[in-house]
Design a protein around this ligand. Structure first.
Ligand SMILES: [Zn+2]
Length: 275
């Protein structure tokens, strides 16, 4: 918010970056995926949403924040058979995240928050953050906007369990609010799981255990159980619901987390530059 010529790290010069590090800003790393989200939503939605939320935080936080270039490629093996899904392995993604953060620390940026918007990236991000802490003592933060949305939007739907899903709620509504020009509503197909070799899928990688209300995990491909790529109810999306998502997810939780991260790291010994 006015601390730098631009809060986009990639648009600074190296001398501006050197001077920016001296202010000990928080650096956000948007992390997404290029993966299918049905025939009405773009392959890059996780990445552009991570970037949108990061920009929102940078514009609303009172203290200095930089947004690193978005890491668009992610780890989405479950969608591998859908055209256009571009996958990094777990090992590659964690190495890229670690090496980007290692570079940031080398140049004096020790307060780092990953804005990760793909569930498949979570393990890679955790491993990279653990390694960074072991090497530099730096405590890395992370928020997952899509994941937060599942928890804080339940009262917006009559039956959240049937509304929620891949390419459905609440991500479809959030996309209608943030990027209406990228949503092709005319191509919406019905969502839902299909039985697979006797199993009854209940989630991306879970199948019902009859008579228990519980589920077990199976490592199938999404196309095995949801050939259209869509689960949940993709007909419920609206920009109005999406604006509630922005308020609750981006404003209250993501911005709130980074503000809390700022408060708790401002005077922390690990956050002081080694240089
Ligand atoms: Zn996704």
């Amino acid at each position: 918010m006015g601390h730098f010529r631009t809060h986009r790290l990639g648009e600074l010069t190296w001398t501006e970056a050197r001077d920016a590090a001296a202010l000990n800003p928080i650096v956000l790393i948007p992390s997404g995926a290029i993966e299918q989200h049905g025939s009405h939503l773009p392959l890059n939605e996780d990445a552009i949403t991570a970037e949108w939320v990061s920009e929102y935080i940078a514009e609303h936080l009172e203290t200095p924040v930089l947004v690193a270039p978005t890491l668009s490629y992610g780890h989405s093996p479950i969608f591998d058979s859908f055209a256009g899904t571009l996958n990094l392995s777990f090992e590659t993604l964690q190495a890229v995240l670690f090496e980007v953060m290692d570079s940031l620390v080398k140049h004096g940026f020790r307060r780092i928050v990953i804005v990760n918007n793909n569930g498949g990236n979570q393990a890679s991000a955790a491993h990279a953050a653990d390694r960074l802490r072991q090497k530099h003592g730096v405590l890395v933060g992370s928020v997952y906007p899509w994941g937060i949305g599942y928890r804080v939007m339940r009262d917006m739907y009559e039956d959240p369990a049937s509304a929620y899903g891949h390419g459905s709620e609440p991500e479809h509504s959030a996309m209608l609010a943030m990027f209406p020009e990228l949503v092709q509503s005319q191509f919406i197909t019905d969502g839902g799981f299909e039985p697979f070799e006797g199993w009854t899928p209940t989630n991306y990688s879970e199948a019902a255990v009859p008579g228990t209300g519980e589920a077990g995990t199976l490592y199938w491909e999404f196309s095995d159980v949801a050939p259209s790529g869509v689960t949940g109810n993709p007909h419920l999306g609206s920009a109005d619901i999406g604006n509630v998502w922005i308020q609750r997810v981006a404003h209250e939780v993501c911005l709130g987390f980074v503000r809390e991260f700022d408060r708790n790291s401002a005077d922390a010994s690990w956050a002081r530059s080694e240089r």
